[in-house]
Design a binder for this molecule. Structure first.
Ligand SMILES: Cc1cc2nc3c(=O)[nH]c(=O)nc-3n(C[C@H](O)[C@H](O)[C@H](O)COP(=O)(O)OP(=O)(O)OC[C@H]3O[C@@H](n4cnc5c(N)ncnc54)[C@H](O)[C@@H]3O)c2cc1C
Length: 394
């Protein structure tokens, strides 16, 4: 088959890996001028971890892990108010969990394609005409192509989804918060391998030490702290964050000043994508484009990796019958993803509490994670995948 994949993030590169391995002719189209960097460190466990292992990328990626020994919650004076050792989470994942920079995952997968996949950077699919036997695809810059299958792997604000299924508003469920992440070189203090977080009502800021003396910052803001303006340009993002971090206490003054040197800020709404179907004819969505669970659910990258393996595996198993393969891909993954999204809804309020009391209760509650049975009671269900990856022999 000839397959056009729009988006070279985690889902797009992973699907390109499997399809090219199975002998299909893939063109990967990425809007950015090169593979995107940036974004924060993700924990991969369960089926996402299994999918990486099946790609043979686990040993390399485990070397690139970012280790944190402890998650610490501090108040505005920097005093510890909550937190627990990171090994608690590793134990819940039965030792099969990796903390990886999002960009390292995408780069490792892309690197493993080894030139087998044609990649067009700085371009995007702009029109799709599906005549049921072939799909005519147009691009912003490249000449049009005829393909057998078009994949929308272009993230939360997927262009393919907009073109074929309708506007974002029909499928996007904003969770009332925005997320930002950025890196700062030489930031002090570092506190060894500790993830340190501070929450003020409606605002959360955390720092995570990375390799090469870099510090990763992660900010969550309830939408009311953006004062009705969603920043789009880099400068607007910087200003919005500088504004939002004012008077937060802890290290917020130092972080605001460090922010002035930052040249890449990831900034997006925390939203879910909920759709009745992920496919229309020969156009299929995958990853965040299909069913973003949101960072609150915490397994978006894992599900993207698993979905790429399942979609490729089902296409392989069903030979030329792509309709049956796509139906099976959805049948396997839709229900677990819907439940993951439900879990995120119930966690959302405790992520960034609205009141000082809420923050204090949440911080103290995390201390329970230090006791023997509580991790399983409080977090066990988030580490349990209801499905196992099928074995496609690929
Ligand atoms: C730069 C970046 C930083 C991120 N940082 C975080 C983070 O800090 N926290 C978090 O929870 N999640 C983050 N995410 C999202 C997270 O990585 C995804 O939820 C998850 O990995 C699912 O992967 P995906 O491949 O479906 O989507 P994504 O990883 O979002 O990948 C989508 C890809 O499609 C490309 N694309 C978008 N529109 C078009 C278009 N019109 N044409 C062609 N290509 C297009 C994007 O540039 C991107 O490379 C980030 C994503 C990106 C792109």
């Amino acid at each position: 088959m000839k397959v056009a994949i729009n988006g070279a993030g985690i889902a797009g590169t992973a699907l390109a890996y499997w399809l090219s391995k199975l002998g299909h002719e893939v063109v990967l189209v990425e809007r950015a001028p090169e593979l995107r960097t940036g974004g924060f460190v993700l924990n991969l466990w369960g089926i996402g971890y299994d999918a990486l292992e099946r790609m043979g990328l686990l040993p390399r990626l485990l070397e690139l892990q970012h280790h944190s020994d402890e998650l610490r919650m501090v108040d505005r004076a920097g005093r510890t108010r909550g937190g627990y050792p990171s090994r608690v989470l590793l134990k819940l994942a039965k030792g099969r969990m990796a903390s990886l920079a999002r960009s390292d995952i995408a780069a490792a997968i892309y690197g493993s394609l080894d030139g087998r996949v044609e990649t067009v950077f700085g371009d995007s699919i702009t029109a799709i005409h599906d005549d049921a036997s072939r799909v005519h695809v147009e691009f912003e810059h490249s000449p049009p192509r005829e393909v057998d299958l078009v994949i929308g792997a272009d993230g939360l604000h997927s262009r393919v989804r907009q073109l074929v299924f309708g506007p974002d508003a029909a499928f996007e469920y904003p969770m009332g918060c925005h997320v930002a992440s950025f890196e700062v070189a030489g930031y002090r203090p570092r506190n060894g391998n500790t993830y340190v977080a501070h929450t003020a009502p409606g605002r959360y800021v955390a720092r995570f030490p990375m390799r090469d003396d870099r510090m990763l910052f992660f900010v969550l803001l309830r939408d009311e702290h953006l004062k009705g303006r969603i920043p789009t340009s880099h400068l607007e993002r910087k200003m919005a964050l500088t504004d939002a971090l004012a008077d937060m206490g802890w290290e917020s003054a130092v972080i605001r000043s460090a922010l002035q040197q930052v040249d890449d800020i990831y900034f997006d709404s925390i939203s879910q994508i909920r759709m009745d179907t992920w496919a229309k004819g020969r156009v299929v969505l995958i990853g965040d484009a299909a069913a973003c669970p949101s960072l609150i659910a915490g397994e978006g990258a894992g599900f993207a990796l698993a979905a790429a393996y399942v979609l490729a595996g089902e296409l392989h198993r069903h030979g030329g019958d792509s309709g049956a393969a796509i139906a099976r891909y959805q049948a396997l993954l839709k229900a677990p993803l819907a439940r993951k999204q439900k879990q995120a809804e119930s966690l959302a309020a405790s992520f960034v509490p609205r009141t000082s009391l809420g923050v204090r209760v949440r911080d103290y509650a995390t201390l329970l994670m230090r006791l023997p049975v509580f991790p399983k009671i409080l977090m066990g269900r988030y580490f349990h995948d209801e499905i196992a990856l099928p074995d496609y022999g690929i």
